[in-house]
Design a protein around this ligand. Structure first.
Ligand SMILES: NC(=O)c1ccc[n+]([C@@H]2O[C@H](COP(=O)([O-])OP(=O)(O)OC[C@H]3O[C@@H](n4cnc5c(N)ncnc54)[C@H](O)[C@@H]3O)[C@@H](O)[C@H]2O)c1
Length: 310
């Protein structure tokens, strides 16, 4: 139980990647506060965690609002006694399109959630993590021999901030200015926060998931995709599969643990190798598959919109 006696906030923890993360952190012993706008799903996930012997509660609210960011931290401390980990994962679609298409209101709303919420989460979590002090399971290493320190031992394992970016933060897709801007900014923001909070003993890392089939994703695939389309997705991954919420939750629980205290400011792509490939080779590899499966459909085919751009 590597997270025994730890307390974690998971935003967007009712379902999807956040849902899987809340369950995984609880399985490792953390008390988890789910913060989400979907009450029914949050209640369902809390019950699932409790059924498996874990401890969880939820707060219903929009994490891009300052009062909710403050309240989630207050509740974590008043109800569970401390705060060690925050996973900043919540997301809801706020409009696609290029700079020409997007309305100013959607731009602000989208970025308020994609990056504003992460700033607010850190603003209120960091003081609470400082106040909570060192991780309950941490025994400070003795520094001796080579690498002997010339000063006091550094602060370690005070807290963890884990921001969810995306492969869309590393590589950009067309007609998606808000999402691509937001997810790239998460990577820069993670580095900045890592520098600012490292001396306090708080590490800050980001995860960039590839295509993760969540409850919502599964619905969408069911409505608009077919087996040939899903296989096309799998073939784009060197590991020949898409991801599950648990794949991301596993990386998050490692980054949350004391073993990860020398990793900070990093964006770890948990994407089965999707983002390491050279696109022009990949496209040529898939050419025969696509031309011999002319009726393949993916969730890009929603409303039969054409993706042709030339
Ligand atoms: N699923 C993927 O393939 C994938 C890939 C890369 C990155 N991601 C990222 O992972 C994160 C989770 O995505 P997901 O696919 O699990 O999404 P999801 O839609 O399944 O879950 C998102 C959760 O966030 C909640 N939420 C939405 N707006 C909120 C708000 N304003 N305040 C609080 N909660 C809110 C939703 O109710 C939901 O429970 C997102 O940051 C997303 O960008 C997902």
């Amino acid at each position: 139980m590597k997270l025994n006696n730890h307390v974690a906030i998971v935003t967007g923890g009712a379902m999807g990647i956040g849902g899987g993360t809340a369950r995984k952190l609880a399985l490792h012993g953390a008390k988890v506060l789910i913060v989400d706008i979907e009450e029914e799903a949050a209640e369902k996930n809390k019950k699932l965690i409790e059924k498996n012997g874990g401890i969880a509660d939820y707060l219903i609210g929009d994490v891009s609002s300052e009062s909710v960011a403050k309240e989630m931290v207050d509740i974590s401390v008043s109800k569970f006694g401390r705060l060690d980990i925050i996973v900043q994962n919540a997301y809801g679609f706020s409009g696609g399109g290029s700079a020409v298409d997007i309305e100013l209101n959607d731009w602000h709303k989208g970025l308020d959630l994609l990056i504003g919420a992460l700033y607010l989460g850190a603003k209120y979590s960091v003081p609470a993590m400082k106040e909570s002090g060192v991780s309950p399971n941490f025994v400070q290493n003795k520094w001796e021999g080579f690498g002997l320190r010339h000063g006091h031992s550094p602060k370690e394992n005070i807290g963890r901030i884990i921001n969810i970016s995306s492969v869309h933060g590393i590589l950009n897709a067309p007609n998606s200015l808000i999402y691509e801007t937001g997810k790239s900014a998460v990577i820069g923001m993670t580095r900045q926060m890592a520098i600012d909070f490292g001396p306090l003993g708080i590490t800050v890392n980001a995860i960039a998931p590839g295509h993760i089939v969540t409850e919502r994703g599964n619905d969408q695939w069911g409505k608009t995709g077919n087996n040939e389309g899903f296989r096309l997705f799998e073939l784009q991954y060197p590991v020949r599969r898409t991801g599950t919420p648990e794949d991301i939750a596993n990386a998050i629980s490692f980054l949350s643990s004391n073993e990860a205290s020398f990793i900070t400011g990093q964006t770890i792509a948990v994407d089965g190798g999707l983002s390491i490939q050279l696109q022009e080779d990949l496209v040529m590899d898939l050419k025969n598959y696509i031309s011999s499966n002319k009726n393949l459909r993916t969730h890009f085919d929603i409303n039969n919109e054409s993706r042709d751009r030339w």
